[in-house]
Write a protein that binds this ligand. Sequence first.
Ligand code: RTP
Length: 133
Amino acid sequence: RIVAAAEVEQSYIMIKPDGVQRGLCSKDLAQEHYKDLKDKPFFPTLINYITSGPVVCMAWEGVGVVASARKLIGATNPLQAEPGTIRGDLAVQTGRNVVHGSDSPDNGKREIALWFKEGELCEWESVQTPWLI
Ligand code: RTP
């Protein structure tokens, strides 16, 4: 063990209603994130949607994680997404499709660099199971 069990704490964190309603994602960041789509007719609607409230940002890492996350998320149009996928189960419209996942490893790197500052990501290596990836 690296830390004693007594040192390990748990904390319940809750974003309160005003935290969800304040709209903390800037238009500049949303426009940069979706810059490949800037000529699409739905671009302004997409930017309004993405900046309409806070988002929860995650950086996932693992073998084949781009494709496996996309599989879990489901098709862009929720009506075409398989049951059991996040969009298939929880969304109805393309313009309100609940979740985003990078579409390539290069875009994964680009988007994580855009949304996270240096030092915000936790890097760790298991000493007990170094074979586990
Ligand atoms: P995402 O980047 O958000 O994971 O979505 P995606 O790859 O499945 O789809 P993409 O073609 O990159 O489109 C990005 C997001 O734009 C919105 N969209 N609206 N109204 C429309 O016709 C339309 N088409 C796309 C969706 O929120 C889509 O996820």
